[in-house]
Design a protein. Sequence first.
Length: 318
Amino acid sequence: MRSFRIFFMTAGKGCLQKYAKLLQKYASFGLQIHAIFAADNRKTIQLMNEQFSIAGKVAVVTGGSGVLGSNIAEGFLRAGARVIIIGAHQERVDAALERLRAVSSEVAGTVCNVLDIRSLQAVKDQVLSQWGRIDILVNAAGGNIPGGTLSVDQNIFDMKVEDLDKVVDLNLNGTVYPCLVFGEIMARQQYGAIVNVSSMAAYESITRVPGYSMAKSAVENFTRWMAQEMAIKFSEKIRVNAIAPGFFIGNQNRAILLNPDGSLTERSRKVIAKTPMKRFGDISELNGAVQFLCSDAASFITGAVLAVDGGFSAFSGV
């Protein structure tokens, strides 16, 4: 008895039954039928690749010299996009560019204050002069500041109002202002994708970071507001979404998540206990979610916040 394998992806049930009967009756048709299904597979895979592709798109990444932003920028470059990173400090921008240019030459970088509209407009002009359009904006600028995080023995009344203002301004207006400047170009183009960065601090009350929590909650609200504004008044092809990362160890939070010897702090143990996957995320695990939201595969998604958190936001802890 001769045996045959059929590879299929899109053929319907009726079609499969038909070919199964033919195989039983005419075993010699096996190779021919195999080729039909293989060709169907190739077409389907090609279509899927095109849907999820961001190749050739022009992306602006704020906070692009930081761990989060430079990682997203690297993912974009590996996917064939052209990227300009924005950072607050020249030496950090230069260091990020050196690493990113090892991936692709289609990257540029500039120093810019995301809280300065004129500075952002200068970057906008630079991008349009170099590449002619802006397809993607990722707002990765933000994070906490030393005075914005309460120590273990502090309470809310010990926080300086000035530090509270700084962290709220950076994380909220540091997202809103780039949306206003680069989003205006998308409104003229009638297309584009914006991805903001929220946090688990917008989902749950997380101790010691009051200003950061307030700002990220507002970022989620602004994401939804901007999504409806762009779709209703300009074009359904302009989408505004956000990701909400779970817990990833980076430069800003390393001291409160890891002890000097590399062991977990009490805070880290609490995080892991409430994360069903029982681990911290790897920063590269954000790339797929961001690229999905920027691709045509997400063409009917706007105003959404996608948690990338190992299940943290879904688990009660019990």
